[in-house]
Design a protein around this ligand. Structure first.
Ligand code: G2I
Length: 458
């Protein structure tokens, strides 16, 4: 019905519309809202949550917070709820950093996973110095105080973390708790936890338990025993830190299922997979599919928002790169969750490969400046091969606002400050050829230049 508007006229219209909006002080660009589908929304449509580990000290970084807020519906404090962070001295509790994360999450309608109450690591020295009687009291006091502080605010708690050894023994790991209190410390921790916050799911969490092996068999035997004896356990967390030495196991889904069959929820709690491109994307797809195939797999958490802050940053294991660009792994996860990848088309990050790769560069120039604003231009140049499309991330300081953009289509990742620009009519470039897109920015007092990330081509 609607008359097709020629591309040239559409471009002119887009500039005009943006210009009018900018003149009127309206900063949102018509027709360029964020594409439908976020990780949290897509997972929710499947009855799951999709979370991330969060570090309090990054919440003030605008693209970090905006990516977090836009994409995730559950958070796990990465370090802030650990024993050394909240009870560095006996019975003296500090919740400042953890509270910051919980408040942020609550203000954005996100759920919170609690991590972790009893763990051999990040344990202050004074705990290891206690005798058995004191240690038992200190452990139960720690659980009680921390869970009371967050009562009703935590959907799942990692009550005990990493209590089993690696390797083939299936034995318990040496720790002050294991060594002084014996095998019963885990049961005692769960019983104490249940009395404090009966609404929270109580989880046992571990790594290298993702497939069937001696360690996961030992956790399974413990969980089965707990269920049979009425020890209050609700879920098992599978950390799922993967790389080439520890790949996604072929029996991942089956292993999750056997725990679920005990009448437990299972959760993917610290997911990260080293790698890049379509191979990394395919691995993420298999993890999401495994969770979706297990009815009692209630949610997934990736262990960080951006590669640059990952505990394994050199392995680029997360869904957003260091400039907060969505990686092929992001698109793959969203697609596996049944969501709609941004841009409405194949951006080369699909899990089916696609094959055509090329390279390009992006170069920024400020072309005009005035009191209150500036124009910027990014030249996109194809490398030694021709390309059919390109993508360039642009982030302006959080106080600035992009008010117009031409010769490119932005997808907004945060307000009008973080965008990924893709071609409108100018995607196809012969080897060595270039095109450019431009934008107008209102400085709002901050005249710093935008950050223009690496160009991605296909
Ligand atoms: O190691 C990866 C994870 C394995 N499962 C349990 C998780 O709790 C654990 O998370 C990591 C954090 O991602 C790291 O951020 O735990 C590490 C400590 O075991 C955390 O690293 C520590 C550094 O070692 C400290 O030097 C630093 O002060 O982070 C601390 C806070 O930034």
């Amino acid at each position: 019905m609607a008359k097709k508007i020629p591309a040239r006229a559409r471009r002119a219209l887009s500039v005009l519309t943006a210009g009018v909006l900018a003149a009127a002080g309206v900063v949102s660009l018509a027709g360029t809202a964020e594409a439908a589908g976020t990780l949290g929304d897509a997972a929710a449509a499947k009855g799951r949550y999709f979370g991330t580990a969060v570090a309090a000290n990054h919440l003030g970084e605008a693209p970090y917070a905006s990516t977090l807020d836009a994409q995730f519906d559950s958070v796990t404090p990465e370090n802030e709820m650990k024993w050394d962070a909240v009870e560095g001295s006996r019975n003296s509790f500090t919740f400042t950093a953890a509270d910051q994360i919980v408040s942020h999450a609550q203000s954005k309608g996100m759920k919170v996973r609690g991590h972790t109450l009893v763990w051999h690591s990040q344990l202050p020295g004074w705990v290891g110095g206690l005798g058995a009687t004191d240690l038992r009291a200190a452990m139960n006091n720690h659980i009680t105080q921390v869970m009371t502080h967050y009562k009703g605010k935590i959907h799942s708690w990692d009550v005990v973390n990493e209590a089993f050894q690696d390797g083939n023994s299936g034995a318990r790991r040496s720790s002050p708790f294991q060594d002084k209190l014996g095998d019963g410390f885990i049961e005692e921790a769960f019983r104490t936890a249940r009395t404090v916050d009966p609404t929270a799911k109580l989880c046992y969490n571990d790594y290298n338990t993702d497939g069937r092996n001696a360690k996961s068999d030992a956790v399974y035997a413990m969980a089965k025993d707990f269920k049979q004896r009425g020890v209050p356990i609700d879920c098992v967390g599978f950390q799922s830190h993967f790389n080439s030495n520890s790949p996604v196991p072929s029996d991942y889904r089956a292993n999750l299922q056997r725990f679920a069959d005990l009448g437990l929820d299972v959760q993917i709690t610290e997911l990260d997979i080293e790698g890049s491109g379509s191979a990394q994307a395919a691995n993420y797809t298999s993890v999401v599919n495994a969770c979706l195939a297990v009815t009692r797999c209630t949610g997934l958490t990736v262990w960080g928002v951006t590669d640059k802050y990952s505990w394994r940053s050199s392995g680029t294991p997360l869904l957003f790169d260091g400039d907060y660009n969505k990686k092929p792994a992001y698109d793959a996860v969203l697609a596996a969750l049944g969501g709609t990848p941004d841009g409405g088309g194949d951006d080369g990050g699909g899990d089916n490969g696609g094959g055509n790769t090329g390279s390009c560069t992006a170069t920024y120039t400020q072309t005009a400046t005035w009191n209150g604003g500036y124009n910027g231009e990014v030249t996109v140049k194809a490398g030694s091969s021709g390309i059919t499309t390109w993508s360039v991330p642009v982030t302006v300081p959080s106080s600035q606002q992009v008010s117009a953009l031409w010769n490119g289509a932005p997808t907004w990742n945060a307000g009008n400050t973080v965008m990924t620009v893709k071609p409108t009519y100018n995607g196809t470039l012969a080897a060595g050829a270039s095109t450019s897109f431009g934008f107008t920015v209102m400085t709002n007092g901050n005249t710093s230049a935008p950050a223009v990330g690496a160009c991605t081509a296909s």
